[in-house]
Design a binder for this molecule. Structure first.
Ligand SMILES: O=P(O)(O)OC[C@H]1O[C@H](OP(=O)(O)OP(=O)(O)O)[C@H](O)[C@@H]1O
Ligand SMILES: Nc1ncnc2[nH]cnc12
Length: 175
């Protein structure tokens, strides 16, 4: 990693606070609010995301953000990359035809939805969120195809068999 990138990562680290036992006993809550309050830290996060995407993904057509904290970073990254942004929202918030999925979180359960026409056949999307805990949200929303039936139908049409809705892995900045 370049020296510039390393110091950006340190800057990001310094702007993540840990709160033990929130919202429940036993959970170490990672609070990203200080990143948002600090222009340099926020710029550093988006710089690192942009660098990661440009170095690791040849083609990304859309950034898909997870409700709610994925919305804080997703549109900024999408704008940097010159591509669009799609919202995956908690159930009941999006108009028109949607597909939905239930999933378990580190603490509790949730149900998310995306508009059926949000992603076109063959488009490559990159999911973004503030934090990976159990990874339940990401797994359910994208990697388990059963939940994204209509996206997969479109993918089936747009891609060849080997390439169908392929998962190209996950990455996070501060580990
Ligand atoms: O790796 P996982 O176990 O899936 O947990 C991570 C998810 O949990 C949080 O969202 P949450 O729905 O709790 O709340 P939010 O509406 O504040 O983003 C977080 O923003 C991630 O989306
Ligand atoms: N440990 C954690 N910190 C912040 N947000 C979370 N969402 C799920 N687990 C979390």
């Amino acid at each position: 990693m370049a020296a510039g990138s390393e110091s950006k990562l340190q800057l990001v680290h310094r702007h993540i606070r840990a709160f033990p036992d929130f919202p429940k006993k036993g959970i170490l809550f990672r609070d990203i609010c200080p990143i948002l309050k600090d222009a340099a830290a926020l710029t550093a996060v988006i710089d690192l995301f942009e660098e990661h995407v440009r170095n690791n993904h040849q083609q990304v057509d859309l950034i898909v953000g997870l409700d709610a904290r994925g919305f804080l970073f997703g549109p900024l990254l999408a704008q940097r990359l010159g591509i669009g942004f799609v919202l995956i929202r908690k159930k009941g918030k999006l108009p028109g035809a949607t597909v939905s999925v239930s999933y378990d979180l580190e603490y509790g359960k949730a149900e998310a939805e995306v508009q059926e026409d949000a992603v076109a056949a063959g488009q490559k999307v990159l999911l973004i969120d503030d934090l990976l805990a159990t990874g339940g949200m990401q797994r359910q929303v994208w990697w388990k195809k059963r939940a994204t039936r209509s996206w997969n139908k479109k993918c089936d049409k747009g891609l060849n068999k080997q390439d169908k809705c392929q998962n190209h892995g996950k990455a996070s900045l501060p580990q």
